[in-house]
Design a protein around this ligand. Structure first.
Ligand code: AMP
Length: 213
């Protein structure tokens, strides 16, 4: 089950991917998470990409393609994977085709107001990466992760001034990628305007149908 999840920042891809990953035992590979982790650990790569992440613009293709190539070569990807946040450019999509065969691309869609509302309320655990929303998926104790007790924080690029920029960048890159996969007959659109409890079963239903599980 080699999947690509596409959708604007904040639509909930991370939440849906976590559910699919758990159900089918395939890794959730988020290029944004990989890059943020490098920045946090202060690695050489982290120092190179920090400025792009802070500005909400894409890091260079060569860099991200090598990261994904290396990640997909790991043992845990043999039975499949969920790519989240990659590809974002046609060059990345073409290179990906050279690395592996993609079985299905899920395109998550929702109106812009829904997306902005979701991103601005998103909070993430500093320790285990679990995702919450102050309104729609609040932790039991505000600011504290239910799973591990870690501190919850708001990503710098989830703040309103950067969100707008990220949505612009996304829109500019989005259509070509969607057409690319539509042209290959791999695209399925998922309405993600409702809450995760509604969207996740919708995603599972599509996967069961396509992969005959
Ligand atoms: P995300 O968490 O997917 O919204 O990604 C956060 C940031 O990481 C983006 O704003 C980009 O700066 C960078 N990034 C993540 N994935 C990619 C990619 N496939 N190509 C280029 N930059 C990326």
């Amino acid at each position: 089950m080699r999947l690509v999840f596409i959708g604007p920042p904040g639509i909930g891809k991370g939440t849906y991917a976590a559910a699919v990953s758990q159900r089918y035992g395939i890794p959730h590979i988020s290029t944004g998470d990989i890059l943020r982790d490098e920045v946090k650990r202060g690695t050489e790569l982290g120092r190179r990409v920090k400025e792009y992440l802070d500005r909400g613009v894409l890091v260079p293709d060569e860099l991200i393609i090598e990261i994904v190539r290396e990640r997909l070569s790991q043992e845990d990807c043999r039975r499949g994977f969920i790519l989240d946040g990659f590809p974002r450019t046609i060059r990345q999509a073409e290179e990906l085709d050279g690395i592996t065969k993609i079985d299905l691309v899920l395109n998550f869609v929702a109106p812009e107001e829904v997306i902005i509302d979701r991103i601005s309320g998103r909070r993430i655990c500093r320790v285990c990466g679990a995702i919450y929303h102050v309104k729609y998926m609040p932790p039991r104790v505000p600011g504290v992760c239910d799973k591990c007790g870690g501190e919850l924080y708001q990503r710098d690029d989830d703040k309103p001034e950067v969100i707008r920029r990220r949505l612009e960048v996304f829109k500019a890159q989005f259509e070509p990628i969607v057409s690319y996969y539509r042209g290959r007959g791999l695209l399925v659109e998922i309405d993600a305007s409702e809450q995760a409890e509604v969207v996740i079963p919708r995603v599972i239903a599509v996967l069961e149908r396509v992969f005959n599980r």
